[in-house]
Design a protein around this ligand. Sequence first.
Ligand SMILES: C[S@@+](CC[C@H](N)C(=O)[O-])C[C@H]1O[C@@H](n2cnc3c(N)ncnc32)[C@H](O)[C@@H]1O
Length: 213
Amino acid sequence: MGSKNKLKRFNENDTFANVFQPKRNELVDAHYKLKGNWNALYFKNNNPLVLELGCGKGEYSVELAKKYPNKNFIGIDIKGARFWRGAKTAVEENISNVAFLRTQIELVDHAFAAHEVDEIWITFPDPQIKYKRTKHRMTNSEFLKRYKTILKPDGIMNLKTDSEFMHGYTLGLLHGEGHEVLYANHNVYKQEGSRGRSYKYSNPLRKYLFRAK
Ligand SMILES: C[S@@+](CC[C@H](N)C(=O)[O-])C[C@H]1O[C@@H](n2cnc3c(N)ncnc32)[C@H](O)[C@@H]1O
């Protein structure tokens, strides 16, 4: 994407009521105004709050929002020019139960209060295979601790990945750290929803679920 196009998207993001782009110091040095208040101040209801971490273009968040109108969704990514797509679709189609937050996942516990979140989705994260990239892997031990903090005690995290490495790494870590794995599908050919739908997340892919203790 050219820098002109990116700039256009950044500018348009600024005009969308469903896009939030707090500066690092707003999150880290102060109590972010929406922390603990996403439902009360933005969604204005008490519906379950669901996050998609590393949402890319935000297609999955938008699709989930359409499918589950009684839940609130927030797609999070550091790349605003990517989730511009999802934010614009939500504005154009008047989908009010989805928003987008531009921040680093490392700061997620500064943007959400303890036990504020009902569910987390991580969809096709970069597996970050090299050892020195471990700190960037979105299911590493530090990230899991942050997710556990913001999730409700019975909250769940869903991971979808097509990476054999990510599969083994995450499953091993979840077991090793005492999380309860609710569901793990290894069969890449026999997963529900794998036929007849073009949406890419319906493709047969490995999927893991665990419940945070
Ligand atoms: C491989 S892409 C997947 C995008 C989308 N979930 C999908 O399935 O198409 C990973 C996304 O995670 C975002 N990402 C990776 N690490 C991140 C971090 N630490 N904080 C925020 N976003 C991050 C990237 O910007 C990118 O959009």
